[in-house]
Unconditional design. Structure first.
Length: 60
């Protein structure tokens, strides 16, 4: 019976640790922008295109 109480206490400590990590991430702004990262890959990187065009114009 003692082991069950020990396991419950340990699981509560682990759960509180995960809750603390989640609240820390929310406070830090980790979840502020959840829309644009999903659609960012659909658009071409303009800076990469500019660099490639600049390199090609210098070689000619």
């Amino acid at each position: 019976m003692k082991i069950i109480f020990l396991l419950i206490i340990i699981s509560l400590i682990v759960a509180l640790g995960f809750l603390g990590a989640f609240l820390w991430a929310v406070k830090d702004g980790q979840y502020d922008d959840d829309v644009s990262p999903a659609i960012r890959m659909l658009f071409e990187d303009e800076t990469q295109q500019t660099k490639n065009n600049h390199k090609n114009s210098q070689k000619s």
